[in-house]
Design a binder for this molecule. Structure first.
Ligand code: DPM
Length: 351
């Protein structure tokens, strides 16, 4: 009997160790249910990887870590691409969708101290200590909480950053990083403190993996759909709808936390000025039983929510999640969020 033909799927990934670990993780899940399929990783560098000297928030391109990979998708060089969901803009290029959002790791930010540090947390650091982060979101929130500390850019992939931190001659006393990335690298023993939402809310989508593919590639969408994690999908749709309505990107301080219960989605979100002195925060809950008629769209449009396509879940629930994000953003905009964000944007451009 002739052997069953082996199907080959090509998977795009950035070249960093973390990106490759995340890509292997997704492939590992898919291999379990698709034993007759081979997966080949096609890795490439992106604009974000190639501009390490320039502050992340100043490269000025939203698709910083995704553009080259999306071109490979478009030309069918690859069938899907694995990303950290927080690096995926809330609007994708025409024809692209997020076909899977995997169960979220701990979404919190974490403090990593210089090797051998006597401190146990940010509060223990001496006034004037330098904390490395290129995230305006982290710096803005933490400046307000720790006025004695100095926040400075640090670039490079996680391996480079840890090396810069531990360098005895180096200037950094601590780094703020996503717990999820540190954990996936196997370095969770380096985490000294987890930041709770009262000191630093996390980024939109943080801790979740998103898989991008072509919207019309029904075979790949079907392959990926089993990876979708319902609660993570609902939470990240709410967060991404919030960001999208605020028109935020990585050049403005926007942060969230969210939770999903059996009855609905709750979103906390805020915007900050760059120095953290001004902020607007709010909380909103929507119930799955709410009547969605007001936001009903034509059937043909109903299938993506902040670029996430999850046909295997109740679309009314996804609509609820999108609504909570949009409504909270509209509420903050009506209270003056726009001027805080515009000021942050223009100050950051001038820096
Ligand atoms: C985005 C930000 C950062 C990354 C901005 C932010 C952090 C940049 C920095 C949008 N992407 O969070 O406010 O600290 O200098 C990134 C990391 C991960 C995905 C690393 C990290 C791993 C965690 C995950 C970089 N993208 O945040 O420590 O998968 O969610």
């Amino acid at each position: 009997m002739p052997a069953k033909p082996i199907k080959l799927i090509k998977v795009g990934s950035r070249k960093s160790q973390l990106a490759l670990i995340q890509t292997e993780l997704v492939i590992g899940h898919l291999k379990k249910t698709n034993p007759d399929t081979n997966f080949e990783i096609v890795s490439m560098s992106t604009t974000g990887d190639n501009n390490l000297a320039v502050a992340l928030s100043k490269i000025g391109e939203k698709a910083l870590f995704t553009k080259e990979l999306e071109m490979a998708l478009e030309s069918k060089e690859v069938d899907f691409v694995v990303h950290s969901l927080k690096d995926l803009p809330t609007s994708l290029p025409d024809g692209m969708v997020i076909g899977a959002v995997l169960e979220r790791e701990d979404p919190r930010d974490a403090v990593v101290l210089k090797a051998g540090s006597q401190a146990a947390s940010l509060s223990d650091l001496k006034a004037g200590s330098i904390v490395g982060t290129s995230s305006l979101r982290r710096a803005a929130q933490l400046k307000a909480k720790h006025p004695g500390l100095e926040f400075q850019d640090v670039r490079g992939n996680l391996n480079t950053r840890l090396r810069k931190l531990d360098d005895e001659e180096g200037k950094y006393s601590a780094l703020i990083l996503a717990a999820a990335g540190i954990t996936r690298m196997g370095w969770s023993d380096r985490i000294s403190e987890f930041l709770e939402s009262d000191s630093c809310m996390h980024a939109v989508g943080q801790g979740a993996l998103g898989v991008e593919c072509r919207q019309d590639d029904t075979d790949t969408l079907e392959l990926l759909a089993v990876l979708h994690h319902r609660e993570t999908v609902l939470a990240t749709i709410a967060e991404r709808a919030f960001m999208k309505t605020l028109e935020g990107g990585c050049s403005v301080p926007v942060a969230v936390t969210s939770s999903v219960s059996s009855s609905g989605v709750t979103l906390n979100g805020g915007v900050w000025s760059l120095d953290g002195s001004k902020s607007l925060k709010g909380e909103k809950t929507t119930s799955f039983s709410d009547n969605h008629s007001a936001s009903k769209r034509r059937k043909s449009d109903v299938d993506t929510f902040a670029a996430i396509k999850a046909d295997n879940f109740d679309q009314d629930e996804l609509r609820s999640a999108e609504l909570v994000g949009r409504t909270l953003a509209e509420e903050l905009l009506s209270q003056g969020a726009k001027s805080i964000l515009q000021e942050a944007k223009s100050l950051n451009d001038k820096k």
